[in-house]
Write a protein that binds this ligand. Structure first.
Ligand SMILES: [Zn+2]
Length: 191
């Protein structure tokens, strides 16, 4: 198998290849203005740059200068709004993007970036952080967890566990797929 190499351009092209296989959750419609690819890449750009207003800035840049960085850097052809992204991307299972995480992890490992994260005789430390990323008393779905409060009110929530590889002295943490956490292989230790 070809050894995965890591660069932003390669990561983006791999993400694009994965997106080609993702089916659009929307019903076909003439009003379908945004391609699913633009919506996912738009979300990716916001998270990659850690800048919630990135797309809005790029929309303004496009109208003032006739070009924008969302297209130049990320290949977003039509810049969507956060609501347009949420409305459609919420209907896409996160599992479809797991191959991208797997690819990045393998590329990091193949190029030796994970060596700096080895501690205690070549082991890696995995921090498990749990957080609630959605909660509502009114809106819920089939996958919601539910909580009955002492007042009798029921609320619905989604929780997530975020495993990350951590190491003393290393500021970046590396997101980990659940499949890489196998206590039986002795390679990781919970912190
Ligand atoms: Zn739900």
């Amino acid at each position: 198998m070809e050894e995965p190499r890591l660069s932003f351009a390669l990561m983006l092209s791999y993400l694009n290849r994965v997106l080609e296989r993702v089916s659009d959750p929307r019903q076909p419609s003439n009003a379908q203005r945004y391609h699913l690819r633009d919506l996912v890449l738009g979300a990716f750009a916001v998270f990659y740059l850690q800048c919630p207003s990135f797309l809005e800035h790029q929309r303004q840049m496009q109208s003032r200068h006739g070009h924008n960085n969302a297209q130049r850097l990320f290949g977003v052809m039509t810049i969507p709004t956060p609501n347009q992204i949420k409305n459609v991307v919420d209907g896409v299972s996160a599992a479809v993007l797991l191959p991208v995480f797997r690819w990045v992890y393998q590329a990091l490992a193949a190029q030796g970036f994970l060596t700096a994260y080895e501690v205690l005789d070549g082991q890696r430390l995995v921090g498990l952080d749990g957080t609630e990323y959605f909660s509502s008393a009114a809106i819920h779905c089939d996958q919601c967890s539910q909580r009955t409060h002492t007042s009798g009110q029921v609320s619905y929530h989604h929780d997530v566990i975020l495993p990350v590889i951590v190491a003393p002295g290393q500021e970046p943490v590396i997101s980990l797929m659940p499949e890489f956490i196998r206590p039986q292989d002795g390679a990781q230790k919970q912190v």
